[in-house]
Design a protein around this ligand. Structure first.
Ligand code: SR1
Ligand code: MG
Length: 423
């Protein structure tokens, strides 16, 4: 049986071929002392890929394989090359944030599969948040992750030629970027057939969004930013379903949307998803008010993430500023440079807030929704939560300048949570 399984062209792996695949690859076979008792199962429940677990008593690994279409919508074709971008993202950022990734064991260029450590006892963060679990080390970890991944791949750290060569590696991830361009920045603002929302309660709000010309201009400017900015190598889909956690460990997964883009898109994705978790809590309470402390923790977490991210990013800028942007030869921590850095972070904050707003709208009125809201069975309660989140998102997009700091955002979040909603 050994080494017989060497396909020379792509095909989706079947459960009964997995063992043969593992055994055919030395680097994978050696992970298990004995391959006779390998157990395999398919566990994928995301929108895009096949995911398998392969284990015995010595080890457990996870194999992710793209399909040439969306797993959840088979008539939507999608490039297989997305796993290459995922693998490259892991490889490039491993230099600085290896601890925040699962161990990667193999990339198969034919089957396009990535085989990695099976994370255990980690769970998908979104599910933990729905259960009301506090992840007290998360803010510390993810702020480091964001500061390092964004800073080290930016012009502040890299020489222009190195950065351009990285850009060229990811420049063709156009199909995945197009999903984002359509699903986040266009479809929710129009009457697209893929959209859905909690009917009938949010019908009026959906119409309002479609008819709001200012909102559509703001979102279109944001889309342009997404398409043309090349600040740093982004994860591209950094929501709480792309993060696995235990109480004291954080791992980032699923970077197949990776591309060079505006930094605020990654920071914004995270903020948006924590905010949606916050607004969904009322729908997961067993009795009124029993998530009060949890909600407080969520807001503190959002605040700490931003404050720590800013601190860590600025520290890197001070100590690792080897890039061609703001060359050291011109500035030596001068007053004007300190002011410039402050302005840079302020712009990044506002950009993050705006991307976060767009991310919230897409998950309530677009194609792909979040289980934070979806798992609230009572549709009126769900719509109530979603309405408050939408109102916040619209302010974040249209009135960004009124939010000068993360504390301003938190204040507004609390105000929206307490608003009386008539649906
Ligand atoms: C068509 S794929 C829908 C969404 O799933 C991924 O997680 C991305 O967020 C994408 O937009
Ligand atoms: Mg994903």
């Amino acid at each position: 049986m050994a080494n017989k399984f060497k396909p020379n062209k792509y095909k989706p792996l079947k459960l009964n071929e997995l063992k043969k695949f593992i055994i055919s690859k030395k680097n994978l076979k050696k992970l298990f002392k004995n391959t006779l008792d390998l157990e395999v199962k398919e566990v994928g429940d995301g929108n895009l890929n096949l995911v398998f677990f392969i284990e015995n008593k010595y080890n457990s690994i996870c194999l992710k394989q793209p399909l040439p279409y969306l797993r959840v919508l088979k008539d939507w074709p999608l490039t297989l090359k997305r796993s290459y971008y995922e693998y490259e993202y892991f490889k490039i950022h491993s230099k600085h944030v290896r601890n925040y990734f699962p161990k990667i064991y193999d990339y198969d260029e034919v089957l396009r599969s990535i085989t990695m450590q099976k994370l255990s006892p980690h769970i998908i963060m979104r599910q933990g948040l729905i259960k009301g679990i506090q992840y007290t080390s998360f803010a510390e970890s993810i702020s480091t992750y964001l500061a390092k991944t964004l800073f080290y791949t930016s012009d502040l750290h890299l020489k222009a030629a190195s950065k351009k060569s990285l850009i060229s590696k990811f420049i063709s991830n156009t199909e995945l970027c197009k999903i984002t361009e359509d699903l986040i920045f266009t479809d929710p603002y129009t009457a697209n057939k893929n959209n859905r929302w909690t009917k009938p309660y949010l019908n009026k709000m959906k119409k309002k969004i479609e008819n709001d010309e200012k909102l559509k201009i703001v979102v279109s400017r944001l889309k342009l930013k997404f398409m043309k900015n090349t600040d740093a190598l982004l994860h591209g889909d950094l929501h709480t379903g792309s993060i696995m956690v235990t109480k004291n460990d954080t791992k980032v997964i699923d970077p197949e949307f990776a591309f060079y883009g505006p930094m605020g898109f990654d920071t914004g994705a995270l903020i948006a998803n924590l905010l949606m978790s916050y607004f969904s809590q009322a729908g997961h309470e067993k009795k009124i008010g029993d998530r009060k402390h949890y909600k407080k923790w969520l807001l503190e977490t959002i605040k700490t993430i931003w404050i720590e991210f800013e601190k860590k990013f600025l520290k890197l800028w001070q100590t690792q500023n080897n890039g061609d942007a703001y060359p050291k030869v011109l500035f030596n921590n001068s007053k004007i440079m300190i002011a410039e850095k402050k302005e840079y972070m302020q712009n990044l904050f506002e950009e993050s807030i705006m991307f976060a707003g767009a991310k919230i709208i897409r998950r309530i009125y677009g194609f792909a929704h979040n289980i934070d809201f979806e798992w609230i069975e009572n549709t009126k309660v769900r719509a109530n939560c979603e309405y408050k989140a939408s109102k916040l998102a619209i302010t974040m997009l249209k009135d960004t300048h009124s939010l000068k700091s993360i504390s301003d955002l938190i204040k507004l979040v609390k105000k929206n949570e307490n608003m009386k909603v008539k649906l």
